[in-house]
Design a protein around this ligand. Structure first.
Ligand SMILES: [Ca+2]
Ligand SMILES: [Ca+2]
Length: 364
């Protein structure tokens, strides 16, 4: 909150203006700074920007071709399995890293959605008319952070939603778990706490775009046909081999890290898929270009589908964009969505500490 400085006390006339001038100048400057709402810098801001590395990440050329998208033995929104033909495109070999995103912010001064104070007038346009206005103390910048706590039984959820998500003031890409967290030594981790609009802004700056949902699934399958996983049929951990960073143990309370990582992992810690892409399964969710419609596959075009013109609103009336690949929080007991056919979605302004992205580029 901005505060106006108190009126300066009368100064003794025994001091000359020459002596007072620097004092008055510094005082006036401080007054202006306080009046515009200056807050002391959080050390995590500088730690994040110091990671900046503008070296472009490698992209892989995904060849043109036809594949079977979706599956008939999965959730309703993955049906029907259907053939899709795609033109060739490039896709980032890895999830976009903190170092890469820091270079974007350093070059442009971009401010992510999670770093902005929520605007009620903007929010209410997407909400039912009778939605009560939040208290001013709740209208603070922040984002969703996973909190390993609670039961999988919805009957035990007090607020109507899963108890393992909390809105944490101050949480953003520079501080994924909120105040007190930072990106020290995490330049090669996927950037998270990224809303769809932030991912799209980065992609535009980098001369790229977000992949379509069809491109994403085609690439994730790595040339395999109708396989359950991005790597084939082997179950994670079978024969002591792990292929992705997901969640093992009693979700959400205990992450036993059998796959080597509890929480987010640096990029490319597991073998790449058939196209040489890393972490298409797990680690961080990845935003796609398309609006989400659970019934889209029934009518989608065969060639280069780009999603519906308008997606289906969520329970609060907000349209949602597709997210793919699952995350370090996918557990077979609750949501096995680190498989290539699995679909998920969220509103364009939402972010969380398990959601990032990678970029695509049209091959000319
Ligand atoms: Ca893990
Ligand atoms: Ca991923």
């Amino acid at each position: 909150m901005s505060r106006r400085p108190k009126n300066p006390q009368a100064q003794s006339k025994t001091f000359s203006w020459f002596v007072l001038a620097p004092v008055i100048g510094v005082g006036a400057l401080l007054g202006v700074v306080i009046a515009v709402g200056y807050k002391p810098a959080d050390p995590s801001d500088g730690i994040a920007l110091d990671l900046a590395d503008a070296t472009p990440g490698e992209m892989v050329l995904i060849p043109e071709g036809t594949f079977v998208m979706g599956r008939d033995n999965g959730p309703e929104d993955e049906k029907p399995a259907h053939e899709v033909t795609l033109a060739p495109f490039y896709l980032d070999k890895t999830e976009v890293t903190n170092a890469q995103f820091a270079a974007f912010v350093k070059a442009t001064g971009y401010v992510t959605r999670a770093e902005k104070k929520p605007n009620w007038e903007e929010m209410r346009r997407n909400l039912p008319p009778d939605t009560p206005q939040p208290l001013p103390e709740d209208m603070v910048a922040g984002s969703a952070v996973f909190y390993p706590h609670g039961s999988l039984n919805p009957a035990e959820w007090k607020s109507g939603g899963p108890p393992w998500w909390r809105y944490v003031p101050g949480a953003c890409w520079r501080r994924p778990e909120g105040r007190g967290s930072d990106l020290r030594d995490k330049g090669n981790f996927p950037v998270v706490q990224i809303a769809w609009e932030d991912a799209a802004a980065y992609a535009g700056w980098a001369g790229k775009r977000l992949p379509t949902e069809a491109e994403w699934e085609y690439a994730a399958r790595g040339g395999l046909v109708r396989k359950e996983y991005c790597w084939g049929d082997a179950r994670p951990g079978e024969g002591g081999k792990w292929y992705a960073n997901a969640h093992q143990g009693d979700f959400p309370n205990t992450d036993t890290a059998n796959d080597g990582f509890a929480g987010l992992a640096p990029i490319a810690q597991y073998p790449p898929n058939g196209y040489g892409l890393y972490d298409m399964s797990g680690n961080a969710w990845e935003w796609c270009q398309d609006w989400y419609d659970p019934r889209y596959y029934a009518t989608s075009p065969r060639d280069n589908p780009k999603g519906p013109d308008v997606g289906e609103p969520d329970a609060m009336g907000q349209l949602q964009k597709v997210r793919r690949g699952g995350s370090f929080l996918c557990n077979d007991s609750y949501c096995k969505r680190y498989v290539p056919s699995a679909r998920d979605c969220n509103p364009t302004d939402s972010s969380a500490n398990h959601t990032g992205f990678r970029c695509a580029k049209t091959a000319k």
